[in-house]
Ligand binder design. Sequence first.
Ligand code: PEP
Ligand code: MN
Length: 253
Amino acid sequence: MEKKEKINWQGFNVIAGPCTIDTYDSLYETASEVSRLGIKLLRGGAYKMRTSVHSFRGLGDIAVQYLAAVGKEFGMHTVSEVIEIENIDYMAQHLDILMVGTRNMQNYPLLERLGKVPNPVILKRGFAATYDEWLSAAEHIIENGNPYVILCERGIRTFEPETRFTLDVSAIKVMQIKSGLPVIVDPSHAAGNRGLVPSLALAAVAAGANGLMIESMPQPSKSICDAAQTIDTIVLGQLLNTAFEIRKINKDL
Ligand code: PEP
Ligand code: MN
């Protein structure tokens, strides 16, 4: 069992893992690969907001237990999306960081309740939200007592259907300045296509992002959710090597 290192959110952090947790063993295998890359934060969905009522909605409470156990084993901080108020206390007790997904950015009762937990909260941008609406959503958490908010740009809805969403790289600098909060980027949900993920991730790093959240597994084709945008852990390692080179050049960003 490894000890968890403290996270400096104003620095540069990488969060990786599956879209959705399927089995303990596959999560363990993913964590083992990503922790070998030096990644300290493990993501995995337990409760999923799915557009189709017929899609898999995650394993629920047991997936939280898997994530907590695997995180402990590898000394990784754990990140998972909270979709309803009733789950907040349970998740806050077992996991390190709670995340609000794009479809809940304006769920104010959920945000207000997240103001009452000690855990950092990753607040994803609503896919049709302006910067001011996103900032106001963050204030619903902060004004209720939790200053540990990390913003996550994940793509917005535009007129272009070729990508799943359009990654708004401008959001990084604008929101760092407007909010004073760290801004990380999720290129996976913007791209919807694994071939685009490295380029979008590196664009975000060049633009000064405080981190990346990337859907990654050793065998992406086995992913039960968002397989098309999940990159394998070898590609993840290669893209991070380039990301660290870009950060060396871009020290002043
Ligand atoms: C996720 O990161 O698991 C997710 C569902 O992302 P988003 O809310 O940005 O679609
Ligand atoms: Mn996903």
